[in-house]
Design a protein around this ligand. Structure first.
Ligand SMILES: Nc1ncnc2c1ncn2[C@@H]1O[C@H](COP(=O)(O)OP(=O)(O)OP(=O)(O)O)[C@@H](O)[C@H]1O
Ligand SMILES: [Mg+2]
Length: 1042
């Protein structure tokens, strides 16, 4: 897990992988007293690129020496407004916590960053500042302040940082920066305090080290005209103060770019052109000053080898070269009103030169800080809260430790004291707030060491000051023996002289004294203590400077200083005082701590040197921190947070606890069976004494999580399916609803349509008999249609069927036409299907109709019967075939019709049975007797003049022959032919002469007899059967039956 990725995982959730990542808070370490366990935890995390670990609210940071992407804007945003314990340890979390408490509780805060050189203090402080600057809203005034706050960094780093063997960008001063916030939480100003600038670096650097960055930046980055004005060349090796370390160029440091950054910062911070020129003038003057070398004159006094650098220097400072030269080589002492000037030897002159350079640099640095503060002064009125950032050197311990280390370690001792006091105080306050009984904590109170150093009249600083002021031959060794005599009984002080134990004695040099600090034992060599404490700058030089025209030089060496006869405070006392001030500042603030650790001395990433870390853990007092923090309870958490995470472990609190969080937590604790001694219930927090109790809880939670995951999965699936089902059901309902609507709409439309149709139908019906108009048109069409349909289904199937469906009024005409057409069609069809015989039979029937219909009563009786060609008995028929066909018939004729009939004598009307045969040419009347046929009459059909019949049902037929033939044929033939209509029709059909038919219109028919006489036949009706008899008058009376 990279730092970036893990950033927003809840702190407790990291516990599940604690074997790999270690614990995020060292108070969770079971064996918290064990330094190795603590370091091992740091190591585990470090190798997983997790560089931050807490000890309670103290952040321990191990320098990764590589970019882990931990400070992106996105991450910065994610740490904003979140609870300290909700996120993994991070410098942003510490800052957010301090900032939030500051704004919400309106209290002042400070973040104390300490650690060895190169451990990452300055980097951390920059991130703190960045986070705070980014909290502001973007308003013009706020942006201006924010830019100035941020720009103060490159400026102070240029003047106060240098490359050392331990850190390429080592801060060579301590810095405390207060940021002021208005009531809205916007940064509105700032104030910087600086401590103990390592000014010796201006004149001397160890091998591999450099002077302060600003010198190199000026040479590399200044434009040519500026360099020419300062009379400088770009190569640093031309300057004694820059070349001693033999390391002017450092890979990874871009001096040129940094110069531009400084230039930019000066502009942003509102430095005037004059001020900027003065700054560069002083810096260049120091470089020239460094090149001033002395040699002996004849009187063994100092004289400059080359006065050119002195000239350059004085030109830039704005003083007379001669005055400067004199001041460098002479010393004026005022004693009891006498002023004595004495020359210096070359060594003394060199000392004076270096003292001047150091002093000038220190003062310009202080001036710069003062000037910065002016720029950062807030214009806002009203209540402001402060958040301070302290970036100060941590405990230092080298092979040779001098005055500086003494001061630094004293400073750390003081800070530790603040830490202990404030931590215990805040612990105690928390217990009180939470209503938990305070359990006294044993801790190492380092007040005793602080007193050893700073106590008035008795402390080391007082002794040192005394020795500095003492007239006579005071030196570093006399200072040591003074300490020996005053401090021999102190538990934390010992030296060669005071060591009680010979074995120890052997390890101590004679010029050393040792202090037993809270963080361990440190040996200090006394060489240079007096000198550095005196921090002497000869009056002559101060005087020269105070008369300079360079505005900065002039202002940092005020004339009043010269007039003040009081001896200036010694360096140690000044430091003590400024530390005292700092402590006062810190004590009234709520502190947060960042403890930086350097994992190795090679500035390498992924390299964790256990020993080196162990060393720092000791000097930073981290185990002591841990012990104090763990004295009571290892873990404390707000009830709400604890409940939210672990509620699944107890049935009463899962999935939701309805009551107060405290009761919920109590339920969990009881359910898990915590021992009463293992925890306490505070007002708002649960306190757990041992980490193992928390781990036990966390492990149970991990197990439970797996169960829950399955459960949630199942629930989720069920939920999903249910949702899908519901969706489907809704869809079905919706579709059905729509469908029903559509159906209803269609039905409605149909009904409307139907109503329209019915109404039109009714109207059509009502007006059906009117001529076609728009109202009844459709109805009539329908009626026609219906009629046609009905007709099509009930058409007569044969010609004889005369039924024809009745037609409605509008169809009458059509019906009639159709009827006729249909009948014609049927007839045609019938006719077409007829055989020739049948056809001729029909023709005869048609002919009979033409002849007799309505003329003769018996016609209707003849109608249903087909006409036949022969009505002879079988005997007569066979007789006809033999006798008639071959013998009687005139050759060439064809027999057409045969029928038996009765012939009445024209004389006496005696009936005689005869056979009537019609051939194609003649009518034969034959007598069948004794199986013979005898022709009685033969008339050519052409000679038949008339065929008389009565209009009644009788069968009388009178065949009229021409009068001239009457004699031969004995007059007209009077016949009773049973099928008279048939016989007559045949005869007319054969002769094709219908003229001959005569249907009697009177009740008599006359006939011609043999002798030409006229006979009369009477026609009558009324008998039941037809009778033909000779009546009394001798006439033939034909009375037709019904
Ligand atoms: N958090 C970090 N991430 C990446 N690199 C870092 C981090 N902290 C420090 N470094 C690296 O370590 C170097 C030294 O850090 P820094 O200058 O902050 O140390 P310091 O504690 O201020 O030392 P000094 O006391 O010498 O001023 C930085 O220049 C940078 O390269
Ligand atoms: Mg630093």
């Amino acid at each position: 897990m990279s730092g970036g990725h893990q950033a927003l995982v809840r702190m407790e959730s990291v516990l599940e992988d604690r074997e790999r990542y270690g614990v995020p808070d060292a108070i969770l370490l079971e064996d918290y007293q064990n330094e190795a366990v603590f370091i091992d935890n740091l190591k585990k995390r470090y190798h997983e690129n997790v560089i931050y670990t807490y000890i309670g609210q103290v952040l321990v940071s191990v320098n990764p020496y590589k970019d882990l992407g931990l400070y992106t804007d996105a991450l910065l945003e994610k740490y904003r407004n979140v609870n300290f314990y909700e996120v993994p340890p991070h410098v942003f979390a510490i800052t957010e916590n301090a900032y939030r408490t500051m704004t919400s509780e309106v209290t002042d805060h400070c973040i104390l960053i300490s650690g060895e050189s190169g451990a990452g203090k300055t980097e951390a402080s920059k991130q703190v500042l960045r986070f705070l600057a980014a909290t502001s809203l973007h308003r013009r005034e706020i942006d201006r302040v924010r830019d100035r706050l941020l720009q103060s960094n490159p400026l102070l780093e240029a003047f106060g940082n240098a490359k050392t063997n331990r850190n390429d960008n080592s801060s060579r001063f301590g810095k405390y920066m207060d940021i002021e916030f208005n009531f809205k939480g916007d940064p509105v100003g700032g104030h910087i305090l600086n401590y103990l600038l390592e000014k010796s670096r201006v004149v001397h650097q160890e091998h591999g080290e450099r002077n302060f960055h600003v010198f190199y930046q000026l040479l590399a980055g200044a434009p040519d005209d500026l360099l020419a004005k300062l009379n400088l060349v770009r190569d640093p090796s031309n300057y004694f103060y820059l070349k001693q370390g033999d390391s002017s160029h450092v890979g990874g440091i871009n001096d040129r770019g940094c110069f531009e950054a400084v230039d930019y910062a000066l502009d942003i911070l509102n430095f005037s052109t004059e001020e900027q020129e003065a700054i560069w003038g002083v810096i260049a003057a120091i470089l020239h000053l460094g090149n001033v070398t002395f040699t002996e004159d004849d009187n063994r006094n100092a004289k400059v080898v080359d006065d050119q650098p002195v000239k350059e220097c004085s030109k830039l400072i704005g003083c007379e070269p001669a005055q400067l030269l004199k001041a460098l080589t002479h010393r004026t002492i005022e004693a009891r009103g006498d002023v004595v000037t004495s020359p210096l030897n070359p060594d003394q002159a060199g000392y004076a030169r270096d003292a001047l350079a150091k002093s000038v640099y220190e003062r310009i640095f202080n001036w710069l800080v003062g000037r910065l503060n002016l720029s950062l002064t807030s214009n806002e009125i009203g209540r402001k809260t402060l958040l301070g950032i302290l970036d100060i050197y941590g405990f230092e311990i080298f092979d040779r430790n001098g005055f500086e280390q003494f001061c630094i370690n004293y400073c750390n001792e003081k800070l530790q004291q603040v830490f202990i006091e404030l931590t215990l105080k805040s612990e105690q306050e928390e217990y009180k707030r939470e209503g938990i009984e305070w359990e006294p904590v044993k801790f190492f109170d380092n007040k005793i060491i602080c007193d050893l150093v700073e106590e008035k009249h008795k402390g080391i600083i007082s002794l040192l000051d005394e020795e500095c002021l003492r007239p006579g031959d005071a030196n570093d060794l006399t200072f040591l023996s003074k300490m020996d005599s005053h401090l021999s009984n102190h538990d934390h002080y010992f030296s060669y002289e005071t060591a009680k134990n010979n074995k120890v004695k052997k390890t101590i040099n004679k010029d050393e004294f040792r202090l037993r600090h809270y963080a361990g034992e440190v040996a200090y060599r006394v060489q240079g203590f007096l000198d550095k404490n005196n921090d002497l700058l000869f009056r002559d030089l101060k005087h020269t400077m105070s008369q300079a025209s360079n505005i900065i030089a002039k202002s940092v060496f005020p004339r009043e200083e010269l007039q003040n006869k009081k001896r200036p405070e010694t360096a140690a006392t000044q430091f003590k005082q400024s530390l005292g001030n700092l402590m006062e500042i810190l004590m009234i603030k709520e502190p947060s701590y960042i403890r930086c650790i350097k994992p190795n001395d090679e500035k390498r990433s992924c390299n964790f040197n256990f020993e080196r870390v162990s060393h720092q853990v000791k000097y930073l007092g981290l185990i002591e921190n841990l012990r104090v923090r763990r004295a009571g309870f290892a873990y404390r958490r707000l009830y709400e947070i604890f409940l939210a995470r672990y509620k699944s472990l107890c049935p009463a609190t899962w999935p939701k606890y309805p009551g107060p969080a405290k009761d919920g937590v109590k339920a969990i604790v009881d359910h898990l069976g915590y021992h009463p001694e293992d925890y306490r219930m505070g007002e708002t927090k649960l306190f757990i004494r041992l980490p193992k109790t928390l781990f036990f809880t966390e492990d149970r939670f991990q197990m439970r999580k797996a169960e829950l995951a399955t459960m949630i999965q199942a629930k989720w699936k069920a939920f999903m399916y249910q949702r899908r089902y519901q969706k489907m059901r809704d869809s079905v309902t919706r579709i059905a609803k729509h469908w029903r609507r559509i159906k209803a709409q269609r039905l409605l439309a149909r009904r409307k349509w139907a109503v329209g149709i019915v109404r039109a139908f009714i109207k059509g019906f009502i007006t059906r008999n009117e001529p076609v108009n728009p109202i009844n048109e459709r109805f009539q069409q329908l009626v026609k249609c219906e009629f046609l349909l009905r007709l099509s289904k009930s058409l007569p199937s044969n010609l004889l069927d005369t039924k024809w469906p009745p037609s409605p009024a509008p169809c009458n005409e059509a019906s009639n036409i159709l009827h006729g057409m249909y009948r014609t069609y049927m007839a045609r069809r019938y006719v077409k299907a007829l055989t020739p015989e049948k056809r001729s039979m029909f023709e005869e029937k048609v002919l009979a109709e033409q002849l007799f219909k309505g003329q003769k009563t018996s016609y209707m009786d003849s109608l249903p019967h087909w006409f036949m060609t022969s009505r002879l008995t079988p005997e007569d028929e066979s007789l006809r075939k033999t006798a008639f066909e071959d013998i009687i018939k005139t050759p060439g004729e064809k027999t057409k019709y045969c029928i038996p009939c009765t012939k009445y004598d024209r004389h006496g009307y005696k009936p005689r049975d005869r056979l009537l045969i019609l051939t194609s040419g003649a009518l034969y009347l034959l007598e069948a007797k004794e199986n013979k046929l005898k022709q009685k009459h033969r008339f050519s059909l052409k000679e038949v003049q008339g065929l008389h019949v009565s209009p009644n049902t009788d069968n009388l037929l009178l065949v009229q022959i021409p009068v001239e033939n009457a004699k031969r044929d004995k007059g007209d033939l009077i016949l009773n032919v049973p099928n008279v209509i048939e016989a007559v029709t045949k005869m007319i059909s054969i002769s094709d002469n219908s003229e001959v038919l005569k249907i009697a219109e009177t009740e008599t028919i006359g006939h011609t007899m043999k002798n030409g006489k006229q006979g009369t036949i009477l026609l009558g009706t009324g008998s039941s059967i037809t009778t033909i008899d000779k009546n009394k008058e001798g006439k033939l009376a034909v009375i037709a039956g019904h």
